[in-house]
Design a protein around this ligand. Structure first.
Ligand code: IMP
Length: 171
């Protein structure tokens, strides 16, 4: 498999992340939020986004998996890593690479809501609204994209391509 074309360049991604960082800064400057990254696809987005947040904040990570392999979702989501922080009464921002069917983030959001955070918002780099199956919307979206399978900048196909600095569409 090779990359057919680049959907978002490194420059486009970084420029949009600066805008998202500014929007988050306006809302959370005084709130010492906890950014919770969803492993593993959000890793690059998480680090670049939090570097654009120049106020007190904390980091945590949660693991969830819904894809059995390849490009097809199994429809089942399981927790692969629990958060470490006590998020009760805290302002939480979930940071995820992509909102596709929404099953993963619906599961993650419901799981974290049980811990009674003061607020819980969702920040995704990519949104593929055409494929939505769960009732969920992101509060912050980097880019709304068409229904194509994308890789790079953390996103994988069978665990490969995560280290591309851009987002591309596979052949
Ligand atoms: P959802 O549960 O269908 O919303 O999918 C969430 C997860 O599926 C994401 O965190 C990704 O790991 C994976 N995923 C969905 N669409 C893509 C894609 O286009 N490329 C790579 N991974 C994807």
């Amino acid at each position: 498999m090779e990359i057919d074309r680049i959907l978002l360049t490194q420059e486009q991604i970084q420029s949009r992340i600066r805008e998202l960082g500014a929007a988050l800064s306006a809302e959370y400057a005084e709130k010492t939020p906890i950014f919770i990254g969803v492993l593993r696809g959000a890793v690059h987005f998480f680090t670049d986004l939090t570097l654009q947040f120049p106020h007190p904040c904390q980091y945590d990570f949660i693991g969830a998996a819904s894809y059995l392999d390849g490009t097809q979702t199994s429809g089942h989501v399981k927790l692969t890593k629990e958060v470490m922080s006590d998020i009760r009464g805290r302002h939480v921002i979930i940071v995820e690479d992509i909102l596709d069917t929404g099953l993963t983030l619906r599961f993650v959001k419901d799981h974290l809501l049980l811990m009674q955070p003061a607020s819980l918002k969702l920040c995704v780099l990519l949104d593929k609204p055409e494929r939505r199956r769960a009732d969920i919307a992101a509060d912050y979206v980097g880019f709304t994209i068409p229904n194509e399978f994308v890789v790079g900048y953390g996103l994988d196909y069978n665990e490969l391509y995560r280290n591309l600095p851009y987002i591309g569409i596979l052949k």
